[in-house]
Design a protein around this ligand. Sequence first.
Ligand code: AKB
Length: 316
Amino acid sequence: MKKIFVTGSLGQIGSELIIRLRQLYGVDNVLATDIREDRENAVCTEGHFIPLDVLDKEKMGKLAHEFQADTMIHLASLLSSVAEDHPQDAWRINMDGLMNALEVARKSRMSFFTPSSIGAFGPDTPKEETPQDTLQRPTTMYGITKVAGELLCDYYHAKYALDTRGVRFPGLISYETLPGGGTTDYAVEIFYEAIKYGHYTCPIKAGTYMDMMYMPDAIEAIIQLMEADPEKLIHRNAFNISSMSFDPEDIKQAIQKFLPEFTMDYHIDPKLQQIADSWPDRLDCQTARNEWSFKPAYDLETMTQDMLEKLKRKIN
Ligand code: AKB
């Protein structure tokens, strides 16, 4: 049975991933860590949890060793919008944190997963059907750390034969834990506001397309990639994955199918708009399909229906 060490486990991905990992591999085989200690509000309050700042390499190494971890899932990272506000912190957390995690994994010969993002692309990247291997000149600090992270993980695989794997996540939509400080956060906030107020003021312009994915598909993608046959993996650390691409008008209309009175207006946030404009409109995910059978279950309509049902129960 795997022994899995997770950083950033109270974040948007971590809080749901921990629950699924514990279902699959056993509660005692998953160690959750996070810099935050306010676990009482977390989705998952059971099982091992230890506070950990990913910049503290010594503590990370000691915990991983004591837990006898054989797999590291490194999620701790600042997202794109907050990283633009604090670029130096973003570099330290996203890069030094990643290097610490890779070093801990290298010393204990652990398998390794860390997410990259659509933010690893830049304004010169082809926007439509963005290829798996293409020009990557991001203009945000987040993107710079993500593309450097992809390369670093490839390097650890080539140089040390470390089993590193990763995906480029699109915007992730979930009803359990709010994202914090991303450019795609609007696509989560819109659901909360639709249910609470029947109205949303969108910070992203109509006509701005970005790739998105529902959290259950994102969680399954991590597990599927980590379980994939290494013989079949030609790429390793930055698989394009996405299950839908929409603009604010598309998601408004999807919500209106279930809540016809829902209305939306716009108040554009220039920082978010600039970041969104520098990202692809629609990824080509054929490589992930070919190498590890990536196959998301939800599209815009089925995700919208599920989100509204689950959120209504949660909020009311
Ligand atoms: C963000 O908006 O920063 C993230 C991402 C796409 O990586 N959700």
